[in-house]
Design a protein around this ligand. Structure first.
Ligand SMILES: CC(=O)SCCNC(=O)CCNC(=O)[C@H](O)C(C)(C)COP(=O)(O)OP(=O)(O)OC[C@H]1O[C@@H](n2cnc3c(N)ncnc32)[C@H](O)[C@@H]1OP(=O)(O)O
Ligand SMILES: CC(C)C(=O)C(=O)O
Length: 701
């Protein structure tokens, strides 16, 4: 292939970057000179005085801060077609140290990185660059890069639903899919024109790639589908790493520059679309060959791109490299808005994105809950609050909706059928959950002592967990939260100590209370004067009748004979029957104490199911609100497996009131799994009726 002898790049500050053909010798050395325009010129070490003077003259008319003018002989200009990126290896460390030196000089003589000098995105001038750190546009790619995560797939209907939700949060750009990839994404952009009309805050973005090599942009099917999508903004991925171009794309480096420039130019020409370019492998590419990577930027700018997005595609860039490369890049393109797109392969995607904004980037790409290819993309649920609350990023359109971010995060998980990550920063259920006694005691004195922000700012809440690591303040906090009238301060303090002691002893027996909020509340209620439970189980039985005692293989052959699978409810199973006798508080009872006894029998798929059914049947006539009660999770853990069939069992049950959506959990431990289950069931039913007890005057105890 023919490496261009000279490439002239015409845009803003970059007036000329001169390159020469790669020589077959692998490494080159450079020396530094300077022109009368204060630019730094990097010359090949064999440059003679004439070439240096000529270079200085070129540089004098240029405002490019650093120019590489390589004056080696051009004898090998007709380099053979097998030349690859490795033949084009500059002495990178030397080049980088010269560039760094120049940047250091710049920062002492100019205030170009001072926030006061940054151009506001809210300015009406379209030629202004948007610059962090006080300003950031937020670009969501949940529906494109997010769906590249293993096990995630979103229907077209859900894509529309999620887009509306993101728009109500005031996300600036929503990249909703790749129309050239599949019919679903094509359908999305078709339906979006009609169905998303009312949701105009966000700009919808269609994603694609630069044209294929060696064809015209107008002939490229992918590009045509982007045009057809009618999306007002399109974002195309282009390669910005010389080695990726030569060895992976297997394209001529110049052709790659043309692919970027032509594709942008063509898309801009179609209804004056806003075109952004995702520069793939930007940071790795810059480290490999900065000059070529900057040429890719220039090609995008020449084509008319509005935003150039620097991508840490492989996720291996360190924060200080993000800072250096971003600052160096921005020096060359003072009038261009840059964006950042980070992956989380080193767990640094959020830090790297924030570092890029601190270094001047004005647009951040990320996803809700950090979903995305491999280990995910940068999590907007961390980036947005961090920028707003810790980085002084005042100009961010979604900033006023921060209180909605926890709900947005849960909405996405719910829609994608994912279990929310409890320990997610800002939005996770545990983000402001305090367990250690010392912390809870300190929080009592000041909410700021162990929290970086007020959880309400992001729509989350402080939670105090009760466990064996609690101190008395954990219990006092719970009592306060329950707003109970237990007595004067001394009585409350004394009760708290008793409860704390019980918690610690029960946890040493295998209970765990931090996931069983209802059992803790009941423990506190039970120590309240005048409290009486709304019912009491007087006795119960649970029986299993089974005439199908079979080995696994015979069970299987029976199922095959009957043509059943394990989802089939008619699969042969044992029959379980339970009786429950309760004494229950009943408004209609006119006996002296307001309680009546009821005995019920029920069947179920197993003994615990039968018991739950019988208990509900016995209580419902007196408390019809229990119709809304559902058991939504039942967990069993064997605590001492070495005790085999005598092992102690911990049962945890989660309940839900379907009329209010409220959920609660209970716990019990016993060597008899049926007893443990019944106790956890009783706690759960009692908790459901806890409001009823206010009317009760009799204490069973
Ligand atoms: C870093 C990122 O996340 S980029 C986004 C990645 N996301 C996806 O790939 C999801 C959607 N992708 C798809 O649906 C499909 O891969 C398609 C429709 C885009 C392409 O499918 P196919 O035509 O079957 O090609 P395939 O998937 O094998 O892609 C490789 C081709 O794309 C070319 N290509 C890769 N990147 C680019 C680019 N930036 N510009 C132009 N062409 C490119 C490759 O050179 C190769 O073409 P070649 O075989 O002629 O050399
Ligand atoms: C296409 C770009 C944005 C990308 O996903 C990446 O480089 O990681």
């Amino acid at each position: 292939f023919q490496w261009p002898q000279t490439t002239h790049l015409h845009h803003h500050h970059v007036s000329s970057i001169t390159t020469t053909p790669p020589s077959s010798s692998s490494s080159r050395r450079f020396k530094r000179a300077s022109s009368n325009n204060n630019n730094i010129i990097i010359l090949h070490e064999h440059a003679n005085e004439n070439t240096a003077a000529a270079a200085a003259a070129t540089a004098a008319s240029s405002t490019v801060p650093t120019m590489m003018i390589d004056t080696t002989a051009t004898a090998d200009a007709d380099a053979d077609a097998t030349t690859t990126a490795s033949d084009y290896e500059f002495n990178q460390s030397e080049l980088q140290s010269l560039q760094q030196q120049h940047l250091d000089e710049l920062s002492t003589t100019s205030s170009s990185f001072s926030p006061n000098n940054l151009i506001s995105p809210y300015s009406s001038s379209s030629s202004s660059a948007i610059r962090g750190p006080t300003t950031a546009l937020i670009y969501d790619t949940t529906l494109r890069d997010g769906t590249q995560m293993e096990s995630i797939s979103v229907s077209c209907d859900d894509k529309l639903k999620i887009t509306k939700r993101l728009s109500s949060f005031n996300i600036d750009y929503i990249e909703a899919g790749w129309p050239g990839s599949n019919p679903k994404d094509e359908e999305f952009f078709h339906r979006a024109q009609v169905e998303l009309d009312a949701y105009t805050f966000s700009k919808l973005v269609a994603f694609g790639s630069t044209r294929r090599k060696n064809i015209a942009a107008s002939d490229d099917t992918q590009i045509q589908l982007l045009v057809k999508s009618m999306a007002p903004t399109v974002c195309i991925v282009g390669k910005a790493h010389l080695w990726q171009v030569t060895d992976i794309l297997r394209a001529d480096p110049t052709e790659n520059l043309n692919m970027i420039r032509d594709s942008v130019q063509y898309l801009v020409s179609q209804n004056n679309r806003v075109v952004m370019v995702d520069l793939e492998h930007y940071f790795d590419g810059y480290k490999f060959n900065a000059e070529y990577t900057l040429q890719c930027c220039q090609a995008a700018v020449d084509g008319g791109a509005s935003v150039l997005v620097m991508c840490d595609t492989n996720g291996g860039t360190m924060p200080w490299e993000i800072e250096r490369i971003t600052k160096e890049t921005l020096v060359h393109f003072p009038k261009t808005t840059f964006g950042i797109h980070c992956h989380n392969d080193c767990g640094l995607a959020v830090a790297n994105s924030i570092m890029a904004v601190q270094s001047g980037v004005g647009l951040v790409q990320g996803t809700i809950n950090g979903i995305g290819e491999r280990t995910g993309n940068a999590d907007l649920c961390s980036i947005v609050p961090s920028l707003a609350l810790h980085c002084g990023c005042e100009n961010m359109n979604c900033k006023d909706n921060l209180e909605d971010i926890t709900s947005l995060s849960r909405f996405l998980d719910e829609t994608l059928n994912r279990t929310p990550d409890r320990s997610a920063p800002y939005v996770g259920a545990s983000a402001f959950a305090h367990k250690g006694g010392l912390h809870v005691a300190a929080l009592e004195r000041s909410a700021d002592s162990y929290q970086h922000i007020n959880p309400a700012m992001v729509g989350n809440q402080l939670r105090v967990l009760i466990s064996e690591l609690s101190g008395r303040q954990n219990i006092l906090g719970k009592i306060k939260e329950m707003d109970l009238d237990i007595g004067d301060e001394d009585v409350v303090a004394e009760r708290a100590l008793v409860i704390l002691d019980r918690v610690k002893r029960l946890e040493s027996m295998g209970y765990t209370f931090e996931g069983a909020d209802a059992s803790v509340d009941l423990m506190i209620l039970h120590s309240t004067q005048g409290y009486c439970p709304p019912f009491q189980v007087l006795d119960y039985t649970a029986n299993v009748y089974d005439t199908n005692v079979d080995s696994a293989s015979r069970v299987m052959s029976k199922m095959e004979t009957h043509g059943l699978d394990h989802h089939d409810t008619s699969m042969p199973s044992s029959l379980a029957r339970a009786t429950v006798k309760v004494r229950v508080l009943d408004d209609h009872d006119h006996t002296d104490n307001g309680f009546l006894d009821r005995l019920e029998v029920s069947e179920g798929d197993g003994p615990v199911d039968a018991l739950a059914n019988a208990l509900k049947k016995a209580l419902e006539p007196s408390h019809p609100e229990l119709q809304n009660l559902r058991l939504i999770d039942y967990k069993v853990r064997i605590l001492d497996p070495e005790s085999a069939t005598r092992a102690a069992t911990r049962v945890m049950i989660e309940f839900k009131d379907v009329s209010t959506g409220r959920k609660w959990s209970t716990v019990s431990v016993d060597r008899n799994i049926i007893s443990a289950s019944l106790n956890a069931l009783v706690d759960g039913f009692e908790y459901a009726l806890k409001e009823v007890v206010a009317a009760c005057v009799i204490d069973f105890e």
